[in-house]
Design a protein around this ligand. Sequence first.
Ligand SMILES: [Zn+2]
Ligand SMILES: [Zn+2]
Length: 271
Amino acid sequence: MPPTQQVKNGLSPEIKLNETIADKPKPPSKNGAKILSQLYSPEKRLQEQISVFLCVVVMTIHSILLIRYFQLSNLTYIIPAMFAGIITADFASGFVHWAADSWGSIEIPVLGKAFIRPFREHHIDPTAITRHDMVETNGDNFMLVIIPIAVSVLRFSTQTLDEIQSNYAFQAYTFSLALFICLTNQIHKWSHTYSGLPWIVTVLQDYHIILPKQHHRIHHIAPHETYFCITTGWLNYPLEKLRFWVGLEWLIERITGIKPRSDDLKWAKVS
Ligand SMILES: [Zn+2]
Ligand SMILES: [Zn+2]
């Protein structure tokens, strides 16, 4: 039985995977991977560098404001708010990953090469991400949080002290969500890295606090149709049980007539 079939049948996928696939990812489709990596342009690099810079600036200001307005009485709801932020980030990672893997193509003007290409490259050369530097790995995720965090910073400066205190839990939630969105692709990169990881990262993976290697490997079985969440991966099993992604794909295909992953499959066949 193929591993994806085992996942669909609700068997314990991680146990079954140990029995069915080799320990290391398969070698990439060289030509497809080469073409895709060559499409990484200087303009794209600049967008990532600007994103990293602006994100670090707004996140730093936001964290300073959170510390400045912190009160000990906030603690009771800060912890649940931050936990909710991590869960939301995991869901968001799954949703964006699912959308980019399953729909659209790199032929879409500007957006295709800039934002869909890395997802296509990752399926045919999963280890390429381990050769990407900090900017290439994290630039796009950092970009996503700039505007929401800038808006949160503005809210601090336009509200009264009472309003700030009553909105503090939401601000803590927003910060946690943004932080884990920023960390997502780094965590994803670690899940593909087989040597030289800091010991703390290995411990966090082993206790499934962040995405473990073995867990993420389920997504890398063609046709890459499940386990899309890549921050903590906590939502992968429940979403699979609920047939969440299959249901969404069924709905979209019924409405639009477009089959999911047709572009991804096309790149997988480039040899
Ligand atoms: Zn994928
Ligand atoms: Zn991966």
